[in-house]
Design a protein around this ligand. Structure first.
Ligand code: FE
Length: 200
């Protein structure tokens, strides 16, 4: 199996947010899609290790903010490469508004948001798949949606030519200098597994 085939799927990139007991949190996901029009239903899959996942499981409420091509690597680092268990990602973060379901959505470098209520959840092992009904949705800008391919080619820092030997994370660019790459290695930046690294 060629794992690179999966990178050819036309993913977008999203900030998934939740609100529980006065606390806000959000993380980056790529698995969001609309599946029915009447009612407007979306699927959202998120890794169980994300605090946002736990919060959605208990509150059944979420927002999805659609990242545009204006998004920079900082927003991916802010929401994607640190945990809501360690930091309050919305402490001092001004570019957010509260949707009518009480959950924040991100207004900076996003082009739309959807607020939704979870109707069913499916345990996928590492992830939970939430089926949701949209409560509200708005277009924020006319900027193009950032695809995963666009992120790889234009947002993620491009690898520098260097003498470093080892393995590079295909998701965030982190370099592991060493040989071999441990099979249970987890990227310290983006938390993706050893299978997402390539030899340099
Ligand atoms: Fe990484």
């Amino acid at each position: 199996m060629n794992n690179s085939a999966f990178f050819k799927i036309g993913y977008g990139l999203y900030v998934l947010c939740a609100h529980e007991n006065g606390k806000d949190n959000g993380c980056i996901v790529n698995a969001v899609m609309q599946v029915t029009d009447t009612p407007k239903r979306i699927l959202v899959a998120v890794n169980k290790q994300n605090k946002t996942c736990e919060m959605i499981k208990s509150t059944k409420k979420l927002t999805v903010s659609v990242l545009s091509e204006k998004a920079d690597f900082e927003i991916f680092k802010h929401f994607g490469f640190q945990s809501g268990n360690d930091v309050d990602k919305f402490d001092g973060f001004k570019d957010a508004k509260r949707a009518e379901n009480g959950v924040l959505y991100v207004t900076k470098t996003t082009n739309a948001y959807i607020s939704a209520t979870v109707t069913t959840e499916t345990d996928l092992g590492t992830h939970i798949l939430f089926t949701c009904e949209a409560n509200d949705a708005e277009v924020l800008t006319d900027d193009k949606t950032a695809t995963y391919t666009y992120y790889q080619e234009n947002i993620k820092p491009q690898p520098q030519k260097s003498e470093a030997k080892g393995y590079r994370c295909k998701i965030c660019g982190y370099v592991y200098e060493g040989e071999p790459l441990p099979s249970d290695f987890i990227c310290p930046l983006c938390k993706h597994p050893a299978s997402d690294f390539e030899r340099i």
